[in-house]
Design a protein around this ligand. Structure first.
Ligand SMILES: *Cc1c(COP(=O)(O)O)cnc(C)c1O
Length: 437
């Protein structure tokens, strides 16, 4: 498991930070290996020096006074920094220039529930409302704080599209340089969003997995010296941003756990950290402990994790992606084995849908709830629908489906089948003839 996870996202354990280990990042106390548990001082490292397993942030969380903590959170700003006591960021983070993502809407989707035959509560957690219109603002906001703490002045990443935009915006606001890397064949909306904030944008002739491998090489090269790659050498900090989705969902439900969550998978980081966030809320006494099930969603054209899940494998075999859901098109997902673990441990599942089902789900959500999702949201809702039809999701329970991005960035996916009902001359006769009055 460790080898799989490391090979896919990390080629070397290079550390190029200019500062030492005496940084202060709020309740974060160390990095710990997700495989062997070995601990390391906080720094721009991402692989265990003992076993090469991936590292994650370990905390000294504020236990003992759940009521006080809940009040403190509720009195905080209407963005992710209300959860600063649970994140690897300095206590005064909210006073610094950053793009302040989060506290996006949790929409009670009653029309959609009726259409899908859901009798329990159905919610869409709509992260298209973030500053650069995807969930990636949450993770980048953490990486910016880590970059500041470690003295990096250039912010970088390998991206399937949304991340490059989030890094560009966050760097602009924080006064850092950015240089981001994307595959050459992304949607125009993603490319423009990645370029508009003024940083350098490099399109690479290859897949995302080629881009990621390239970035791992760049970290060990003088050309990348002093660069903070949000999803490589700052990955342990970056990843923690996804916990805020778990915190927000529970707070918005009135400090209670949902029964079922349906979450998209690209690298799998988001899904694993939502699980981590839910477990923390239970441990802190902020929600009542009860079982919850986590379901992962992939596109059929890039389904390494769902393929492994259905085959009963622990190892995720890489695939070459071919899907309209480009933001999820990671053929060799770093957190794949951990996702399998969580889906199995919680009694969930991992499923995939084809491109046609993705488009149908985008239209279904728009038509029933007035939410225009990007292709990743179509994947997630499409999978939720399929799991309901197969009797895997329980229609009587409280279910949260994530929409992680904005449909305006993936117009290409729906444009061929969406447009005016009719085109007419500007006359009442013509309108009556069209039969719409
Ligand atoms: C990046 C991304 C995801 C999933 O990210 P992980 O790599 O699995 O953490 C989901 N939805 C959208 C829109 C994304 O851009």
């Amino acid at each position: 498991m460790a080898v799989q996870a490391v090979e896919s996202s990390t080629a070397s354990e290079g550390s190029t930070g200019s500062a030492g280990s005496s940084v202060s990042l709020g309740p974060a106390v160390a990095l710990s290996c997700r495989e062997c548990g070995e601990r390391f001082p906080l720094g721009p490292i991402f692989a265990c020096a003992e076993c090469f397993g991936p590292l994650e942030v370990a905390y000294d969380l504020p236990t003992g006074d759940p009521e006080g903590l809940r009040k403190r959170i509720e009195a905080g700003p209407n963005n992710i920094w209300r959860y600063a006591p649970l994140l690897p960021v300095p206590a005064d983070v909210a006073d610094k220039p950053n793009i302040n993502p989060g506290f996006t809407k949790l929409v009670k989707a009653d029309n959609l529930a009726r259409e899908l035959g859901v009798t329990g509560e159905l919610y869409i957690k709509d992260d298209s409302g973030n500053p650069t219109h995807s969930f990636k603002d949450r993770v980048v906001a953490q990486a910016v704080e880590a970059a500041r703490a470690f003295g990096f002045t250039t912010l970088s990443c390998s991206s399937t599209g949304n991340l490059a935009g989030a890094v560009g915006a966050a760097a602009a606001r924080a006064g850092l340089r950015s240089c981001t890397f994307i595959p050459h064949d992304l949607e125009q909306g993603k490319v423009v969003m990645a370029a508009i904030y003024g940083g350098d944008l490099v399109a690479i002739e290859g897949t995302y997995d080629d881009v990621n491998r390239f970035c791992s090489e760049l970290i060990g090269d003088p050309a990348g010296e002093g660069w903070g790659f949000v999803n490589v050498n700052l990955r342990p900090y970056y990843a923690e941003g996804s916990k805020t989705l778990a915190y927000e969902i529970c707070e918005q439900l009135g400090w209670r756990l949902p029964d079922q969550l349906v979450i998209p998978i690209a690298s799998g980081s988001q899904l694993t950290k939502i699980d981590k966030g839910l477990k923390e809320l239970i441990a802190l006494g902020l929600v009542e402990d009860k079982p919850y099930k986590i379901f992962g969603a992939q596109a059929e054209g890039c389904s390494p994790v769902s393929t492994a899940f259905k085959a009963g494998h622990d190892v995720v075999r890489p695939q070459k992606p071919n899907t309209i859901a480009k933001s999820l098109a990671i053929g060799n997902p770093a957190d794949g084995p951990y996702v399998l673990d969580i889906a199995r441990r919680t009694g969930g599942a991992v499923e995939d849908v084809n491109d046609e089902q993705v488009v149908d789900a985008i239209k279904l959500l728009a038509r029933t709830e007035g939410i225009f999702a990007e292709t990743a949201g179509g994947v997630t809702l499409g999978v939720a629908k399929k799991l309901l039809e197969n009797g895997v999701l329980d229609p009587a329970l409280t279910t949260v489906v994530l929409n992680t991005g904005d449909g305006l960035k993936t117009l290409d996916a729906v444009a061929p089948t969406t447009g005016p009902t009719v085109v007419i001359r500007p006359s009442l006769d013509a309108f009556r003839e069209a039969g719409l009055g």
